[in-house]
Design a protein around this ligand. Structure first.
Ligand SMILES: *[C@@H]1O[C@H](CO)[C@@H](O)[C@H](O)[C@H]1NC(C)=O
Ligand SMILES: *[C@@H]1O[C@H](CO)[C@@H](O)[C@H](O)[C@H]1NC(C)=O
Ligand SMILES: *[C@@H]1O[C@H](CO)[C@@H](O)[C@H](O)[C@H]1NC(C)=O
Length: 498
């Protein structure tokens, strides 16, 4: 009843209201605002900023339901909001990039959005080996701040997503082959816990929280700032190829051959996409393949030559690309379609030990079929081999991340892109994505290995071991830490452990 009471009070903007069956005073925006710093804002649906603040990728399919947005300006604002929400039993969700797509986010109903976007400053720390990044920073903001000082950090692949969001589930990106996943570069984090307390998580302080944050972090708190390792920036060479479908097997046989720790240099970044490019092939989807290298063209030519030998129909070479422009050159920048908001994205990722040609061909044919349906014509498929050279060297026991993430070099996901909010279309998209996942898993299913999906690419209906690892000790440890840090599952809307 507290809830309906609150709802009525909210509509009336009343500070005082009484319900017949409860004595608790309802909460109000004014009351919450009085507990926040001067620069914090509370935004209601009637406010002009509402639309911008609640916009998200994957909407309307993914649509956490907010009653109010709190734009926090300080860590203390987050603490105050969490304590206030706890007092009135209002669910809450902290957001920064708003690109998460798991359907579990739809579990938030009538909640508070804690927008971290004002916490978007990043600075290189004294000594130049680490940087401190705001919990609400988007990648392009953080990278620009670091670049000014000649530094770069391992972040995710899309410029418009946050730094913290991908990192807490692993953080795959262009620098991972050299330096490990984004989370492997986390030195410490400041975290507002479920009870509103701030904890520092590092190897020395709260090591169990530090362990859990790296791989299952969304379940444990609101990260207000991250201290991460940084590296000197370099210049990149990018080969962008387009292949016709008949080269599919030859191309991915080559990728299997190159992508081993012995044969692949750390600075080589390779990744592919299926998409329809009518100007290239009006009938069949094409395979877009990108081979990038942090260094001069001469140093990577022998790798590029192997792709050229397969006979791409299009080759574009860009040299002397700095780390900021790399996002634009590789099509992952904030103005690219990958960063659209208010457009459905449905993904259902899988991690694979190697390319299985039969499964790959089935997936290709499936994609080719459903993209003939005009509703799904703009969809794509991610076929990523970012490289696990550095990630493999880290003891998988030392972080919460599933061990499979460190041994499987391939991330795939259908990306269903479509408009509207029609139940049948959502269902068709889900079925197509599932068919793609099953096709990609053909080799895994036929072997003794088990399915594993990267938590940030998963659909949201996978069994826990498929996301957080098949080792019982790891799941037990995660569940016991979850119970200690978040007994009421306040952080239960993004791939919940409980
Ligand atoms: C932080 O966000 C504000 C607007 O929300 C923007 O004006 C500012 O440039 C951002 N700061 C950085 C460092 O990106
Ligand atoms: C693609 O569609 C055709 C015609 O409907 C069908 O025969 C074929 O089995 C489909 N292939 C896949 C992989 O879905
Ligand atoms: C908040 O939770 C943490 C983690 O469980 C605990 O260590 C701390 O004592 C709690 N703080 C308060 C004020 O209850």
């Amino acid at each position: 009843m507290l809830f309906s009471c609150f709802f009525a009070a909210w509509l009336l903007q009343a500070v005082v209201a009484k319900c017949a069956d409860t004595v608790a005073a309802p909460w109000s925006a004014a009351d919450l605002k009085s507990k926040l710093s001067q620069n914090a804002n509370i935004v209601s649906p009637s406010n002009g900023d509402w639309t911008t603040l609640v916009a998200r990728a994957s909407y309307p399919r993914i649509n956490p339901a907010y009653k109010v947005v709190v734009e926090v300006a300080t860590e203390a604002d987050i603490q105050a909001t969490v304590k206030y929400a706890n007092k009135y039993e209002i669910p809450f969700l902290a957001v920064s990039g708003t690109h998460g797509w798991p359907k579990t986010l739809n579990g938030l109903k009538g909640g508070i959005q804690i927008s971290l976007r004002k916490l978007n400053r990043s600075t290189v720390d004294k000594g130049g080996k680490t940087a401190t990044i705001g919990g609400g920073s988007l990648q392009w903001e953080a990278l620009a701040d670091l670049y000014k000082e000649g530094k770069q950090a391992v972040t995710g692949i899309c410029e418009c997503v946050s730094v913290a969001g991908p990192l807490l589930g692993g953080g795959h990106g262009q620098l991972q082959n050299q330096f490990g996943f984004a989370m492997d570069n986390l030195v410490s984090a400041r975290v507002v816990l479920a009870n509103g307390t701030v904890a520092v998580a590092s190897a020395a302080r709260n090591p169990d929280l530090y362990w859990a944050l790296r791989g299952a972090g969304h379940n444990f708190g609101i990260v207000t700032s991250l201290q991460v390792k940084v590296y000197d920036v370099g210049q990149w060479t990018v080969f962008a190829f387009i292949f016709l479908q008949e080269k599919l097997e030859a191309l991915y046989t080559l990728v299997n051959k190159i992508d081993t720790p012995k044969t692949r240099p750390g600075k080589l970044m390779i990744t592919g996409v299926f998409a329809r490019v009518d100007a290239i092939d009006p009938v069949n989807p094409a395979v877009i393949y990108t081979v990038s290298y942090e260094g001069p063209k001469a140093d990577m030519q022998k790798f590029a030559d192997q792709f050229i030998a397969l006979g791409p129909v299009s080759t574009t070479i860009t040299e002397n690309v700095n780390y900021i422009d790399l996002y634009t050159v590789t099509g992952n920048d904030k103005n690219n379609a990958v960063c659209r908001k208010n457009n459905n994205i449905l993904g259902a990722g899988a991690a694979l030990p190697q390319w299985d040609m039969q499964g790959l061909r089935t997936a290709y044919n499936t994609f080719s079929n459903y993209t003939l349906d005009p509703r799904f014509g703009a969809s794509a498929v991610l076929l990523e081999n970012y490289g696990i050279n550095a990630a493999m060297k880290i003891d998988p026991k030392s972080t919460a991340l599933a061990a499979e993430e460190r041994t499987r070099p391939i991330l795939v996901s259908a990306i269903m892109w479509y408009e509207g909010d029609d139940a049948k279309t959502h269902d068709d998209a889900r079925k197509h994505a599932k068919a793609m996942k099953d096709a990609f898993y053909r080799g895994v299913d036929a072997s003794k290995e088990k399915r594993h999906a990267y938590v940030n690419y998963a659909y949201g209906d996978e069994p826990l071991p498929e996301l957080y690892g098949h080792e019982q000790w790891r799941l037990d440890k995660l569940k016991s830490l979850k119970k200690a840090y978040d007994p009421k599952n306040a952080f239960g809307f993004y791939m919940p452990l409980a």
